[in-house]
Design a binder for this molecule. Structure first.
Ligand SMILES: [Cu+2]
Length: 149
């Protein structure tokens, strides 16, 4: 929905773009497709091209200062094991939070690999490094668990 609302908001006087907007924008109920999209951000995000699709049960992520690679992951629901490799110069950790999951690995040193097993349901999960301000500095991402197509 975002871009339409933003476009109108930029022109609070005469809504020049109004003519280009679909009829339902004027107050009529949104068509079913638009409502579905508004309530399913996980599926919408999963369509983005820069998501890395992980088919197996192991989700390998490299951590360093200050990012996770990959940071946008799509995986099937069920039991998965994060295989976390610290290629940075500092210790890092790994936290995953979302539907049915709130798990943290263990702080691990440069050069080390740790594993964290969780059971994903469908939905969107936030991954991050919970140490210090690493999350704010960029060590975070999103994992979308979707049912098989
Ligand atoms: Cu970190």
């Amino acid at each position: 929905m975002g871009w339409m609302a933003a476009k109108v908001a930029e022109h609070p006087g005469v809504p020049r773009e109004a003519g280009a907007l679909p009829a339902w924008f004027g107050g009529a109920p949104a068509p079913r497709a638009a409502q579905h999209e508004a309530h399913a951000p996980a599926e919408a995000a999963a369509r983005d091209a820069d998501f890395v699709e992980v088919a197996g049960a192991n989700i390998e992520i490299v951590l360093n200062e200050y990012e996770m690679k990959p940071s946008h992951i799509r995986a099937g629901p069920g039991a998965v094991t994060f295989v976390l490799r610290n290629e940075g110069r500092f210790a890092h950790n790994f936290h995953v939070e979302g539907p049915g999951v709130d798990s943290t690995a263990e702080k691990f040193s440069p050069g080390r690999t740790v594993r964290l097993e969780v059971i994903l349901q469908g939905g969107e999960y936030k991954i991050s490094c919970p140490l210090s301000n690493h999350d704010q500095r960029g060590m975070h991402g999103v994992l979308v668990a979707t049912a098989a197509k």
